[in-house]
Each structure stands twice: as structure tokens, then as C-alpha cells.
Design a protein around this ligand. Structure first.
Ligand code: ADP
Ligand code: MG
Length: 555
């Protein structure tokens, strides 16, 4: 007897269901996407008990023939693709042909469908993956699918369900997204027999106003970016409007509802200092690109994609959003003096727009730490190959951003020194130092000016090592004293210099925890591919390069 056996189809579907059908909202997603694929103009959704008791989706789409209804719930049964190549120009949401089989394997499923121009409909019942009946029914053209007792035979999954209200809120969030992106389709949704919303087929603007509030357009800027390879349209919140979470970020890539960290970050980076810390922009963005540039088959519920050239997407998105934000608002004339006044109130002359460093970099970090070289380079394995991170450049970037954020927010984090440090200045240096001291204070230095030529440092920014406060101050002042203090970039230079002086040195050994912390912080930095002076933080030896150099390319 061999030990290995082929699993029965129903069991395979139940296993697949574990990935595809995470919760009631996943069922709603699969069913509604099927309705859209079927060309529906109306889609009606009824939910009982957060979807755990019942989910019904009715559409007026193309319907299915008797043969197709029988096939629809079989595994790998799809009308949407014939070959893998089709995936690169897929126009439908579905393509794997596993959703109905997966749903049918873990619920009581009733499917009724009447094909266009057909006399009658057909109804099939499936319980736990097996057909239990088939009858002819009278019904309007289209399809109706009712899913009851979800996860009745997978108790472990059922246990993971949250409250009815929480499950319903997942459903509602998905439906809001899909309804926003498909304005030509009417949707209605009811929970426990109470109508939650109903929207008739319309255009995008009216649909967004209905779903996201009438003032949505007053609080947003329009984005329009069109190149032969990529198109970005939609709306982003104007500076000053933002949210505490990413919940109000609606992103569609080739019509799919996607959440993508790279795009989110590219949008946020475009705001630069216009966005306060821990705030998230609000947006509705639709990205259209060639199917060859994006892989949609990387996530079991198709909620994530993989870009062939993430760097380019990052750059295009931040450029598109940056351009939208830079445009004068409609009330430009009356608003302009206010903006100018604001700019003048900035005592540090930090050029906020400059700080965004709009030259996009698009460095995505998803890595594994694999080693440490010469007490200077952290080696990480990332998707594209082996990356070497320069610990000094990386730390400099992290400190610079932190200092900049705190300074702009006027929330410097100061640590008191146990023993105040003293720095003496020549009388010639004093006049120039005046301005530098003012800026140093904004970054978190607590400085007392003594008579004559001595300054007393009582505290320093929390991110620099307290023991080094005196030396760092001295070095920074020395460097700045060579500068013309009135130059516009003076403040920024000071922060860069401070970050550079405070950063861990090249060749200074870091332990494993420190290495990890550095990588973690670098990953969170806005512009993590260069140090503030523009030198790279990371050098990548790509797999392609390795293949080439080992003569493996083309083998
Ligand atoms: P996929 O969507 O990946 O093809 P599904 O399991 O979701 O796989 O659906 C299987 C097939 O059933 C679809 O390819 C389609 O032909 C048919 N189908 C499912 N839902 C509908 C519907 N609402 N209207 C018409 N046909 C449908
Ligand atoms: Mg489908």
C-alpha cells in the first residue's frame, strides 16, 4: 500500500476554501465579482447575521445555461480563461474557477440561474460540496446565489469569526469599495432585513459623493496622470485633510480592489511634510496598466498584486499625487495670501516642499537579515538579490527624517544631560552662531547662552547619544560657521550635519539587535534609498547579475 494518496475533490476544495474564503466578506467579494464579470447592471445583496447565517447575491447578468450551472461549482471550472497567457490581459475579476467550489464545500449553497433568452431557470443545491438536487425554476434573467451556514463543517474556522457587527463591517467596507469603482452598476445591501444603502447606476462623481460624502470633492484634489504604460486617475485629500488610519484609502489596480503598501507610501511621500506624523492621506485612486506589468495572481483572495517594476510605479504615483497637490486650489486667488503668511511664519525657513524630495526613489524593503560585513555593512536578502546596507548612511537617513519631522512639528524630543556641557565660541563666531543656536533649539537642544563666549548645553535631541552632545554641537557649529547663515538651506544643512554627526560610524560594530532595529527604522523611513546627502543606503547585487557573472545566464 503506498502511503501517498490523492485527496478527494471535496477535501481539496475545503483546503482551498481555507485560503480563498477567509470570512463572510470573502464570499460576498467572490459572488459580487462574479456578478460584475457576468455584466450585471444591478446587484442586490442580503446578509443575515454578519453573513454567517446567510448571504444572498442576486444579479441581472448573463446567467448560465443548465450545463454551465452544473459545472460552475466544480473545481477549476471557469469560463474566463483558457490558458496562462490569458492572465496577462485578463479583463475579468475571476479566473481560477475555484470560488464557487470552495464556497460550496463549506456551506449550504443554492444556485439559481436563468440565461438570457432562455425559457426558464435552473436551481441546484449543494451541501458541503455535494449536489443534493436540481430543478427547473421560474425566475428573472440573471443569477441568484444563496450561501447559508458558512463554515458549518469547518468549526476551527468558524471559531475565528468575530461578532456579527464586525463581520458585517468587513462586508460593508468591501461593498463600498466595489460600488465606488463600478459606478455604472446599481447596488443595494441589506443587513438583517434592514437596507443599509442603495445606489442606482450613475457616473463616478455622483457615486463617490453618495458613498464618501458630498464634501468629498471639497476636500480633495483631482489626480490625472497618463503615460503610455500607466494611467492614474482619482482624488487625493488636500493638504490639511487626512485620517488616522488607512481605511479611507481606496485603490484599484486594473479595476481590482487592492491594498498595496508601496502605493500607499508613494502617495504619503508625495505629501512630504504636508502630512503630519501618524496621519494618512485619504484617496480614491484607479491605476490602469498593462497586464504584463502587474501580476494579479499572487494572493489567494486577489487583494494584492506584484508589480514588475515597483520603482517605476512608486515614482509615477508620487509624481501624479505631487502634481495634484501642487496645483492651486480653485479658490486660489483668495487663498494665496494665507499660504504666503504661513510660509513666512516658518522661522526655520525649512523648505517643506523641498524636504519632500520629490525625486521618487521607490525602494521597497522586504528583507531577511543574513549577515554583517566589516562592522559596516548589513547584508540582507531581498526579493531581487543580495543587498548591502551601509550602516552609517542608513542611520543618517533615519536620524535626519526624525529630526526634520520633530522640528517641523515643533515637537522636538529632548533629553536632559546629567552634566551640562560647555562649548566656547570666539567672539567672531558668536554672531553667526546666533542663528545656528536658534535652529539647534528647535531640534531639541536646550542651550543657555552665558555671557561672553560660552554656551551651556543642558539638553540635546533624544536621538543623539548624550555623551556625544558636546562634541556633536561643536562639530556642527564648526561646520556651519563656514556657511552663510542666511542661505535658505541653512536649517536643512544643519539637520543634515547633525544627523551625520550623530549617526553610527562606519566600522563601529553593531550587535544583532541594533542591526535589526536599524533595518526596521530604515524600512519606515520615507526616502530610504539615500542618505540626506544623496549617497545610497543600499547597494543591490541582483540575482540577474549573479547569474550573469557566474555564467549561468541562458543555461
Ligand atoms: P471564476 O470566477 O474564477 O471563473 P467561480 O468559481 O467564481 O470561478 O465561478 C465559476 C464560473 O461560474 C464562472 O467562470 C462563470 O462562468 C460562472 N458564474 C459564476 N457566477 C456567475 C454569475 N453570477 N453569473 C453568470 N455566471 C456565473
Ligand atoms: Mg469568480
Amino acid at each position: 500500500m503506498p502511503k501517498i494518496k490523492i485527496l478527494p475533490d471535496t477535501l481539496i476544495s475545503q483546503i482551498a476554501a481555507g485560503e480563498v474564503i477567509e470570512r463572510p466578506a470573502s464570499v460576498v467579494k467572490e459572488l459580487v465579482e462574479n456578478s460584475l464579470d457576468a455584466g450585471a447592471t444591478q446587484c442586490q445583496i442580503e446578509i443575515l447575521a454578519g453573513g454567517l447565517k446567510r448571504i444572498a447575491v442576486r444579479d441581472d447578468g448573463c446567467g448560465m445555461s443548465r450545463e454551465d450551472v452544473r459545472l460552475a461549482c466544480a473545481r477549476h471550472a471557469t469560463s474566463k480563461i483558457d490558458s496562462l497567457e490569458d492572465l496577462s490581459h485578463i479583463g475579468t475579476f475571476g479566473f481560477r474557477g475555484e470560488a464557487l467550489a470552495a464556497i460550496g464545500s463549506c456551506s449550504f449553497l443554492l444556485l439559481r440561474s436563468r440565461e438570457k433568452n432562455s425559457e426558464e431557470g435552473i436551481e441546484v443545491n449543494i451541501k458541503g460540496g455535494s449536489f443534493t438536487g436540481e430543478t427547473a425554476v421560474g425566475m428573472p434573467e440573471g443569477t441568484e446565489i444563496i450561501v447559508e451556514n458558512l463554515f458549518y463543517n469547518t468549526p476551527a474556522r468558524r471559531k475565528f469569526m468575530k461578532s456579527e457587527a464586525a463581520e458585517f463591517s468587513h462586508i460593508l467596507s468591501f461593498l463600498t469599495h466595489i460600488a465606488a469603482a463600478n459606478p455604472h452598476v446599481g447596488f443595494s445591501i441589506a443587513h438583517n432585513a434592514k437596507e443599509i444603502f442603495r445606489v442606482a447606476p450613475s457616473d463616478l462623481r455622483s457615486r463617490l459623493a453618495q458613498l464618501l460624502g458630498k464634501d468629498f470633492f471639497q476636500r480633495t484634489r483631482e489626480v490625472f496622470f497618463d503615460t503610455p504604460s500607466l494611467k492614474i486617475t482619482g482624488y487625493v485629500s488636500s493638504a490639511g485633510f487626512h485620517a488616522a488610519s488607512k481605511r479611507q484609502q481606496l485603490l484599484f489596480i486594473n479595476r481590482r480592489d487592492i491594498s498595496d503598501a508601496l502605493v500607499s507610501r508613494a502617495v504619503a511621500d508625495a505629501y512630504g511634510s504636508r502630512l503630519p506624523g501618524r496621519a494618512y492621506p485619504i484617496f480614491f485612486l484607479e491605476i490602469t496598466m498593462s497586464g504584463g506589468d502587474v501580476d494579479v495572481n499572487v494572493h489567494p483572495r486577489k487583494m494584492a498584486v506584484k508589480f514588475t517594476e515597483p520603482g517605476r510605479v512608486y515614482r509615477d504615483v508620487s509624481q501624479a499625487v505631487g502634481a495634484a497637490l501642487d496645483e492651486m486650489p480653485p479658490a486660489a486667488q483668495s487663498a494665496a495670501p494665507i499660504f504666503r503668511a504661513n510660509a513666512m511664519q516658518n522661522p526655520l525657513e525649512l523648505d517643506a516642499v523641498n524636504y519632500q524630495e520629490k525625486r521618487a526613489r521607490g525602494l521597497e524593503f522586504d528583507f531577511e537579515l543574513i549577515g554583517y560585513l566589516a562592522d559596516s555593512y548589513i547584508l540582507v536578502l531581498d526579493e531581487q538579490g543580495l543587498a548591502l546596507i551601509d550602516q552609517h548612511a542608513a542611520h543618517e537617513r533615519i536620524l535626519f527624517e526624525r529630526l526634520m519631522d520633530q522640528t517641523l512639528a515643533r515637537e522636538p524630543q529632548t533629553q536632559r544631560l546629567l552634566v551640562p556641557a560647555q562649548v566656547s565660541l570666539s567672539s567672531e563666531e558668536r554672531s553667526i552662531a546666533q542663528k545656528a543656536l536658534e535652529i539647534l533649539r528647535h531640534t531639541g537642544f536646550e542651550i543657555e547662552e552665558w555671557s561672553g563666549d560660552t554656551i551651556n548645553i543642558l539638553g540635546c535631541p533624544a536621538c543623539i547619544e548624550s555623551g556625544a552632545a558636546e562634541k556633536i554641537t561643536r562639530d556642527v557649529l564648526d561646520e556651519l560657521l563656514k556657511e552663510a547663515p542666511n542661505s535658505k538651506l541653512f536649517s536643512e544643512k544643519l539637520l543634515k550635519s547633525l544627523a551625520c554627526k550623530a549617526a553610527v560610524k562606519f566600522g563601529m560594530r553593531l550587535d544583532l539587535l541594533e542591526q535589526k532595529k536599524l533595518l526596521q527604522e530604515l524600512r519606515q523611513a520615507r526616502n530610504n534609498s539615500t542618505c540626506p546627502h544623496g549617497r545610497p543606503t543600499k547597494v543591490l547585487v541582483s540575482f540577474e547579475e549573479l547569474e550573469r557573472r557566474f555564467g549561468r545566464a541562458g543555461i
